[in-house]
Write a protein of this length. Structure first.
Length: 110
């Protein structure tokens, strides 16, 4: 039997995040505060039991030492009982420098 290889559609390397990276998020009427499992400049995975449909829009506010960072994302995949895979759409203009600093810091830790 031939083994199949799954190809990743990611364009950016994700880094595992320490326990201290959390985000407050909203998807329609669903709201939660969740741990960020991994992160890249292209997206992230939120650990949550709450579900949102694929292609739904998500508002994010990161709770990190780098300062306030707000972003918008789209749900790309749902893992029931595990969490949501999100693709970034925009990072608020005034937060882009803090976002870049956060990504750099996490890559150095990872």
């Amino acid at each position: 039997m031939k083994k199949q290889t799954l190809l990743s559609r990611r364009h950016h390397k994700r880094v595992e995040t320490p326990e201290g990276v959390w985000a407050i998020w909203r998807c329609g009427r669903v709201e939660d505060t969740s741990r960020v499992k991994d992160l890249s400049v292209g997206g992230l995975f939120l650990v949550t039991s709450k579900l949102c449909p694929v292609d739904a829009k998500v508002e994010l506010n990161f709770l990190v030492e780098d300062g306030q960072i707000s972003a918008n994302a789209t749900v790309r995949y749902v893992m029931a009982g595990s969490g949501l895979g999100l693709q970034f759409k925009t990072v608020r203009g005034e937060d882009q420098t803090r976002f870049a600093t956060m990504i750099k810091r996490l890559m150095q830790l990872g």
